[in-house]
Design a protein. Sequence first.
Length: 646
Amino acid sequence: MRRALAALAVILLLGGACTGGESPRSSARSPGRTTGGTLRLISYQDAYEFDPQLSYSSVEWELFRCCLLRTLMSYSGMPTRDGGAEVRPDLADAMPRISADGLTWTFRIKRGIRYGPPLGRTQVVAGDFIRALEREARVAPPGFTPASYYSVIRGFDAYRHRSADSISGLHAPDDHTLVVDLTRDTGDLGYRLSLPASAPIPPLPRDAMSRFGVATGHPDVGAFLVASGPYMIEGSQALDFTRPADEQRRVAGLRDQRFGQDGAFTGGFLHLVRNPFWDPTTDDLRGGFVDRIDLALGPPKIDFTKPNAFVRALNRSFQDVAVGNLDMVLNLDPPIQQMGRIRGDPKLVKRLQIDTNGTVDYVSMNLAVPPFDDIHVREALSLAVEKAAMQRTLIAEGYGVETNLASHLVPDSLEEELLAGYRPPWDTAGAQGDLRSARAAMRQSKYDSNDDGRCDATACRHVRMIVDQPWPHAFDGVLRRDMKALGMTLSVSRFPKDIYAQREQPPGRWALNANRWAVDYPNASDVFPVLFGGHTLSDPITYNTSLLGATREQLNRWGYSVTNVPSVDRRIDQCVMETGRDQVACWANVDKHLMEEVVPWIPFLFEDVTRLVSARVAHYSFDQFMNLPAPDQIALTPAAIAEDSP
């Protein structure tokens, strides 16, 4: 997710874990799994809104998917290898019918799906999805990324900007048919309609014509959320939508976390119980094995004025998992302080769960800044960099996570592992770097005048790099050392407060950008158009830091001396129109093309997710959608279920 770019330094600091050793893997869904018991979780996250149209939090999105909300399309709560990256019908009764030109998608809505308490007699109908998307258009703040995914719906932006009274591209010819008209062929629309912002909103009982239904008058919808999934927030049955919004009582099972002016923190909680109106025969995606989910929103109290208060609280949480007082820390890897103990304990190490997420760590090269306008220089630096050393620096100082060294642009989990083991033909370096081949590549460039394998041009002095992540300075040191071997010197700026302003056009002319990227849904459509598409360069803020696809006019206007850079816009446009596995294969081909013919990045790590589970957990599953554990697919042991019984 975009939010990965602005992750809290303290979370990154504590998320480190060394790799190695055998650990159990997630398994596919099994209908014979024991049901019952209470799943006890804790989450460390910086914000909780629990508003489907305003949330931009991985934890909240996972809780919506797994437990509280159903959408037209969704996921199985599994890893890629078990089909977890494949978007599937959820409230839609089948895959959508798509017109020949790709501009009209027709969804048939399952019949008989009812909302949770207090609206158990209300069925989900097509107009409820229109209501949700209209609310997203109106309440999402300017620049809000999830809302931007729906700009392809005809009339969405006009309604958002209040120049239209409705979204003209949304139609409900009957209660069980939703028609979506688009402004351009968009093959990943199903993934976009899996996001919680599109989850149906029931009508308001006292006023069926109210535009935003039960969300009317509630800026904090989470405290008044009506479920459609296997769980509901405890106390939902007491919600009373017949009363004016300001007289309605908040649901009892949600309390937000609080930060006091004195720096003290008070944790909140979310208690989920079974939704009595969820019918598992209508839901092929969710398990719903446990009876109850108790989620602590941070520890009960942290005094941030005291040194290492957060570290101590997190360590206590993992100790609670080790002894079974908690079942899991939902959104953080075990801190590096804990990993030695876990790896050294035969019982604990068996309870480590490791899965590949959708995050890539990389160094991009600006193709409009000499010497990186020369592909031979880009290949030379890619060959010279010792990726294993970069990995070690992140792990050694606690900033690292479980990782796999990367040899192409997009994590295998997003390309159904079509490029697993792939390396471009020119890449002889592997993890350790290959200085000999790097200098051979440099000799082919126009920036090595004396053919000694080192850049001797002025452009190679004081190469400017910005590091967008709070990574250790030792990370810069690896690049500085490897660039020096090629005759280049490095000048680094680190994570400035005005980082987004630094990306505004005209760009800050950084030659290199060190960053990480995580997707909002498990499809490379959320990678290539954003990070390599020329159309994003006209946005106020661009993540296309290689400037691929920039026109001559743009480069001149921004003051670059380079007047021509490569473009993959035609390839991107072709892939965008594909659907399903054809689209996945198309993106894999773009990945190969960029690595072999353009070399815009040095991708160095694909991150893993590592979770320690308690001995109470009989089955664990990883959800590729949000790169988090899938609470609906987790089952407890019979002993734990008996322990939780009243």
